[in-house]
Design a protein around this ligand. Structure first.
Ligand code: TYM
Length: 338
């Protein structure tokens, strides 16, 4: 088993990232360590330049996000942790795969449509070819499983399409260059929504800080954000179907379930009939308790820049090593002399 996943260092690590992805990275890291598999986790700093950015902020955020991942339990004695920019094979493989990816496939990517908005002509080329770099990220390491939230599903389907077409076009049937990666999307918490709008996903780029819980938020801030979270005036229903059309209520109940390992139905059997005046403080306290050890570790780790750089450089050396065979096979398969 090869587990590969990444996160953009473009803001704070929030509850959606944690419940949708990072928590599973840590679980898989521990399971995989016992079965002889390997995990590669990275800061997608190359992806981060697809949107307008401030260079000093990007370097600072890359280190801060690394500290946040370590605080969540990514363990560099079990997993390889690095930033993409230290492993040139990612950008190289992207170029090689650009010959296989089709314009039509990229034109269908919803993230490009969302992020470029009405300004398609002004969007960077990197934003358009972003999914090809993401395919390179996972194919480079022969990933078998990629733990992500639901919003990354389409990008992983594209990675599979690229791998399949490359194998068909350039490889003998019995010797494919690329493994087809399987997305691992958690059945619960695959899409945590904004605290201000139950129809928009919780996101690092939402201008409202009140829309998300950051893993670095202190207890008072967490309680305030949950108490101010948008809801409706009705009490919680006793059954799941009573949450239909109540996106904000469903989101808060789902977060509660994801934190306690309970289903939405179980949470409702406990809190059905109660109003948000009772439910929100319970959820807030649960969150504070979950986040306390993470934010304590994060605050201790984030200040040690030399140590973070050392850890990322060590991880990158391992990643470069692991990537070299697939990169060489790709050049060879394409007939490129080196
Ligand atoms: P990013 O940085 O937006 O998010 C990191 C991870 O968090 C998940 N996630 C969520 N899960 C549930 N609810 C939410 N509201 C929520 N918001 C984010 C994402 O699905 C993701 O798993 N393109 C990727 C980074 C990337 C990558 C890769 C991922 C680059 N290369 C290769 C996997 C494999 C991204 O921008 O994730």
């Amino acid at each position: 088993m090869r587990i590969v996943s990444g996160i953009q260092p473009t803001g704070n690590l929030h509850l959606g990232n944690y419940l949708g992805a990072i928590r599973n990275w840590v679980k898989m890291q521990d399971e995989v360590a016992q079965t002889g598999g390997e995990c590669f986790f990275f800061l997608a700093d190359l992806h981060a330049i697809s949107m307008p950015h401030d260079p000093a902020e990007l370097s600072a955020n890359t280190r801060t996000m690394a500290a946040a991942l370590l605080a969540c339990g990514v363990d560099t004695t079990k997993s390889v942790l690095f930033n993409q920019a230290r492993v040139p094979a990612h950008a190289e493989l992207q170029w090689l795969l650009n010959g296989t990816a089709r314009m039509g496939w990229l034109n269908r990517m919803t993230q490009f449509k969302d992020k470029s908005g009405k300004n398609r002509e002004g969007a960077s080329v990197a934003l358009f070819t972003y999914p090809v770099l993401q395919a390179a990220d996972v194919l480079l390491y022969q990933a078998t499983h990629v733990p992500v939230g639901d919003d990354q599903k389409q990008h992983l389907e594209l990675a599979r399409d690229i791998a399949q077409k490359f194998n068909n076009d350039f490889c003998e049937e019995e010797a494919p260059v690329f493994t087809l990666p399987e997305p691992f999307i958690p059945p619960e918490a695959a899409r945590i929504m904004s605290l201000r709008d139950g129809t928009a996903k919780m996101s690092k780029s939402d201008p409202s800080e009140m829309s998300r819980v950051n893993l670095s938020d202190d207890a008072d801030t967490v309680m305030k954000k949950i108490k101010k979270a948008k809801t409706d005036p009705e009490p919680l229903p006793g059954e799941e179907k009573g949450l239909e059309g109540r996106a904000e209520a469903l989101n808060l109940v789902s977060i509660f379930g994801a934190l306690t390992g309970k289903s939405v139905a179980d949470v409702l059997s406990e809190y059905g009939g109660q109003g948000f005046g009772a439910f929100k403080p319970a959820l807030g306290e649960l969150l504070v308790e979950t986040l306390r050890p993470i934010s304590e570790r994060f605050n201790a780790l984030r200040v040690d820049t030399p140590e973070l750089d050392r850890q990322l450089a060590t991880g990158a050396a391992k990643a470069r090593d692991a990537a070299s065979a697939t990169l060489a096979s790709t050049y060879d398969a394409l007939g490129l002399l080196r």
